[in-house]
Design a protein around this ligand. Structure first.
Ligand code: SF4
Length: 387
């Protein structure tokens, strides 16, 4: 497959990425009534029944047709690695044999204060007792952005994922949840730059929103980007700012940022800050600013003060992530004291700032470590039934 070929609005999609309307039209093409299409959409998206044999109220002949179609488009779950903290990394094999990874991250009570949707959550008493799980989803195999500290970007862009391959990660991930868990949030911050594969990402988000399916509200979905300015503007227009936006900022100084993120040459900080100011955030929502702190590179108190100045007037919360080491660089995280000193400068200036605990780093599932190949196997579970 041509790595540069990207899904565009209007392109044909595979079965997992069909909308309810497209399923109804599909049903007509095989001589069935439209409700059959709705039924299949609900089996796939509301019940994560990806094996047609389990669609008990669908006629056998239709199931046989579906089986062939799904086999051509749906990735298979190859492995599940579980970390000591309960984080699970899923390795999915795509139909062209490339691999992508997504991560199921259980949220603890201590994570609650960092979540702007917490208040709305508490209104949902029926589910409040269950442990919330965030799934981190990939949008590309490899990545073209070349951020120096990232394993996903190290091999370059292998290819863009299709909408089927993006939504499949969510359906497979949700099917793996324990009865005591519920999928509460999706973050598009796995392998790849989601805004570089814009139409496929947006199509998958629209499917996640579908009331007959996963019914995940836009406010529970966050896109993480290195700062592709035109696509940030487009996303703001397409979803009226309801999709959460996390910016991998990492430095408040163009020279340091360009060294870490080559994309900063094209969209330098002032241009990016203007795009963030234009993003039509709903009331009480904030943008997330991600700073991977690297020893001796961007961890000085002076950098923290520059950050305060750069973000003045923009509603943000800041996540400080001591760098997760990856094999291809000598970059390392700062000491705990330096991380805390950096945080102190930000909080003293009135900014909300959290130090992110590393999640799943013992299975290479932490930020920047996803590489599309199995590493550091902690525990291997058999593939679950596709249902
Ligand atoms: S940090 Fe994100 S955008 Fe940068 S190379 Fe890695 S996957 Fe790509």
């Amino acid at each position: 497959m041509n790595a540069q070929r990207r899904f565009r609005h209007g392109d044909p999609v595979g079965p997992l990425a069909r909308t309810p309307e497209q399923w109804k039209a599909w049903a007509l093409t095989i001589g069935q009534r439209p409700f059959r299409g709705t039924q299949i959409f609900q089996w796939l998206h509301a019940r994560q029944q990806l094996d047609p044999d389990g669609m008990t109220d669908v006629p056998k002949a239709v199931r046989a047709l579906l089986k062939t179609e799904l086999e051509q488009h749906v990735p298979t779950l190859e492995r599940v690695h579980e970390a000591a903290d309960g984080t699970r990394k899923l390795v999915l094999r795509l139909t062209d044999h490339s691999a992508v990874e997504s991560v199921l991250i259980p949220m603890d009570a201590e994570d609650k204060g960092e979540d702007d949707t917490e208040l709305e959550d508490e209104q949902d008493q029926a589910c409040a007792q269950k442990q919330r799980v965030t799934e981190c989803v990939s949008t590309q195999a490899g990545c073209a952005m070349g951020c120096v500290f990232c394993a996903s970007g190290h091999p370059g862009l292998l290819r863009h994922l299709t909408p089927d391959e993006i939504i499949a990660q969510v359906l497979i991930g949700r099917a793996l949840l324990k009865p005591s868990q519920r999928l509460s949030n999706i973050v598009l911050m796995g392998m790849g730059e989601p805004l570089h594969n814009y139409d496929a990402t947006v199509h998958a988000i629209q499917l996640m929103n579908c009331q007959e399916g996963l019914a995940l509200s836009s406010r529970r979905i966050t896109i993480s980007t290195v700062g592709l300015v035109p696509q940030i503007d487009q996303l703001g227009k397409d979803f009226q700012g309801r999709i959460g936006l996390a910016i991998s900022l990492h430095a408040a100084d163009d020279a340091v940022r360009t060294r870490l993120l080559p994309i900063n040459r094209r969209y330098p900080l002032q241009m990016l800050m203007q795009a963030l100011r234009r993003y039509p955030l709903p009331p009480r929502r904030r943008l997330t600013i991600e700073i991977a702190l690297i020893d001796g590179v961007n961890d000085s108190e002076q950098m923290a003060r520059s950050l305060v100045a750069l973000l003045r007037g923009i509603p943000v919360k800041i996540n400080l992530i001591p760098l997760n080491p990856v094999p291809h660089t000598a970059l390392r995280p700062p000491s705990e004291q330096r991380v805390e000193a950096f945080q102190e400068v930000l909080t003293r200036s009135g900014l909300s700032c959290f130090i992110r605990r590393r999640r799943g780093d013992d299975i290479s599932a932490a930020c920047g470590q996803l590489a599309g190949h199995p590493t550091s196997l902690i525990r291997q579970e058999p593939s679950p039934p596709r249902s």
